[in-house]
Ligand binder design. Structure first.
Ligand SMILES: NC(=O)c1ccc[n+]([C@@H]2O[C@H](COP(=O)([O-])OP(=O)(O)OC[C@H]3O[C@@H](n4cnc5c(N)ncnc54)[C@H](OP(=O)(O)O)[C@@H]3O)[C@@H](O)[C@H]2O)c1
Length: 333
């Protein structure tokens, strides 16, 4: 089944890299902004992830990545998307513009059979690989989302600690890299904090990652909350969790549960466990969803547990989208 990418921003470009690395058949891209040469430069040269292994170039109506030619359209008119012409069966929707299921209908009108969205959409299954992707009928679900990058980091931790210790309540702070929702210097914005320079500030802002986790672990509904602090660091991000658990525990037990889950079972390859004293840049380009920093685990008075986990919010997330895309392709082969 042929793939198309809608939106060649951070997610679109990096999903393209992961997809090509895995040999997935990306045949078309739609990105309204930038001429083909400029877009090709943006695929080959990336400030965070470095130079791509193959040379890229643009020509009218196409992008070349090595010897692969990918058709390029540059429209915001959904009626003009050329998915039928390129026999696209699956769209990876990375524009960040789709907030409701209605917004995905144009893809289906062009003959597409499935859409994987890079952001949560109300009413669409939020799939966190290793946590709730088992038993999903990928041949039947027309639309899925890979939830958010922070949900992918948090959900494995919650799953393991809730199963092992019983989480009663928790609050999470993600110390997160800047994204294109922020400005380089101060600007006008409806959000007064995102209006401020991402280069210079620690910026408290919202994330609904913990609420999203409670859709996956419903017994924790109303028991988890989260906040983000955008930090001027590229890359990776860090999730700092405080959980009140149902029985007394120890640092060794908490770390033992997380280490065991990282070594076997559905979270192997998704959840990492690190005992060396590393820093954020050591986790850039790490394809896993969450890497527990075992040296940071704390237990206060038996039942208050603090756990920290690193994640490359871009590369880890794009790898999870690619995992889901592969599951759809296998189910619909
Ligand atoms: N960045 C992360 O770490 C991350 C991680 C996980 C999930 N996500 C989610 O993924 C989504 C995209 O995020 P991003 O960071 O990749 O944003 P981004 O860098 O701004 O990329 C979005 C791209 O889509 C383009 N676009 C806008 N309207 C379009 C349309 N109608 N058709 C095709 N392309 C269109 C945008 O162009 P313009 O600039 O002209 O609008 C932009 O180039 C967001 O919902 C975000 O929450 C992001």
């Amino acid at each position: 089944m042929n793939l198309a990418i809608q939106g060649l921003g951070r997610m679109g470009r990096l999903f393209l890299r992961t997809a090509l690395q895995r040999g997935l058949p990306v045949v078309a891209i739609n990105e309204p902004k930038g001429d083909p040469d400029t877009l090709a430069l943006g695929i080959e040269f990336d400030s965070v992830h470095g130079r791509y292994e193959r040379p890229c170039r643009g020509e009218p109506g196409a992008l070349w990545v090595g010897d692969r030619r990918i058709a390029l359209t540059q429209t915001t008119d959904a009626a003009a998307l050329p998915w039928r012409q390129h026999e696209v069966g699956l769209v990876v929707e990375c524009s960040g513009k789709v907030k409701k299921q209605d917004g995905l209908q144009p893809h289906f009108a062009h003959g597409v059979r499935a859409v994987v969205v890079s952001n949560p959409v109300p009413g669409v299954p939020n799939l966190v690989v290793g946590v709730n992707d088992r038993g999903v009928d990928f041949a039947r679900e027309p639309v899925i989302t890979a939830a958010s990058c922070t949900t992918n980091c948090l959900a494995p931790l919650v799953r393991v600690l809730h199963d092992g210790l019983g989480i009663e309540r928790g609050v999470v702070t993600t110390i997160h890299d800047p994204t294109n929702t922020q400005g380089v210097v101060d600007r006008a914005d409806t959000d007064p904090r995102r209006a401020r320079s991402a280069l210079l500030n620690l910026i408290p802002t919202t994330t609904n990652s913990a609420t999203a986790v409670t859709l996956i672990v419903p017994e924790l509904r109303g028991k988890l909350d989260s906040i983000a602090v955008r930090a001027p660091v590229l890359n990776a991000s860090l999730t700092d969790c405080a959980f009140h658990v149902s029985r007394p525990t120890t640092v060794d037990e908490v770390n033992g549960l997380l280490r065991a889950a990282s070594e076997q079972g559905p979270l192997r390859g998704i959840l990492g466990y690190e005992t060396r004293p590393l820093v954020s840049s050591d986790f850039a380009r790490d394809p896993r969803s969450a890497i527990v920093d075992a040296l940071c685990t704390r237990v206060v008075d038996g039942r208050l547990v603090k756990v920290m986990a690193w994640y490359d919010n871009e590369w880890g997330y794009c790898n999870r989208m690619a995992d889901l895309v592969q599951q759809v392709l296998r189910a619909r082969a």
